[in-house]
Design a protein around this ligand. Sequence first.
Ligand SMILES: Nc1ncnc2c1ncn2[C@@H]1O[C@H](COP(=O)(O)OP(=O)(O)OP(=O)(O)O)[C@@H](O)[C@H]1O
Ligand SMILES: [Mg+2]
Length: 250
Amino acid sequence: MRNAFAVRCERLSKRYGDVTAVDRLSLTVRRGECFGLLGPNGAGKTTTIEILEGLLTPDEGEVEVLGLRWPTDAPELRQRLGIQLQETRLAEKLTVEETLRLFRAFYHRGRAVDELLRLVELDGKRASWVGTLSGGQRQRLAVACALAGAPDLLFLDEPTTGLDPQSRRQLWGVLERFRAGGGTVVLTTHYMDEAEALCDRVAVVDGGRVIALGTPQELIETLGQRKAVTRHGTLEDVFMTLTGRHLRDD
Ligand SMILES: Nc1ncnc2c1ncn2[C@@H]1O[C@H](COP(=O)(O)OP(=O)(O)OP(=O)(O)O)[C@@H](O)[C@H]1O
Ligand SMILES: [Mg+2]
């Protein structure tokens, strides 16, 4: 039943010189699921997600997305995926509306530009140049661009980093509605409360490997059994226990 999976990857590896960014990483994402990739800076989240998006080629391993493969099925995959990169560079001298029209034009099917503007509450900025938007507004525009083709599967790399609490909650609402329509989401985040609120399952990645996998509740309960702190355990406790306290950017 290969169609039960939106993403299936097995023993993915990607090396940059001496650095092994992704180290024999395997995971599956079910259709309709919201799946979170968690991990400290440099853990390999972006590299993994960019392999799944067909932007990077792995040194080893197998990837299947929506039952299709890169690069053979690239044209179909490009139509069915929505992608928000960790650092989105949009053209500064296009307006918000022009940017969305451009993205909409890439897809055979998709959402109306007015609907996209309403979705991320940027109607008021329709005629503004992208270069004049605040960081949070740009981030929301990037998510609207990712939704322009009405994708089956949405990849979001730190979609809420830099957003104020209002915009963050608003984006959570956008994702919940996307999922209610049957969409699958793979996201990365450094906010454990966000992972708990949004994700059906999460993988904690460190050193390019999956070191824990399960529902947020399962991970919290596992930690609780280990440390006998079930009552106040949070996903952040789990994360810190698994990944330690040292900073990664040495
Ligand atoms: N193009 C590249 N050239 C060399 N090294 C790279 C390249 N891309 C990533 N790396 C290295 O691979 C490792 C994984 O990086 P990656 O960006 O996937 O981490 P991440 O989990 O997304 O981190 P963050 O939370 O900071 O976004 C890091 O050590 C990084 O320095
Ligand atoms: Mg990253």
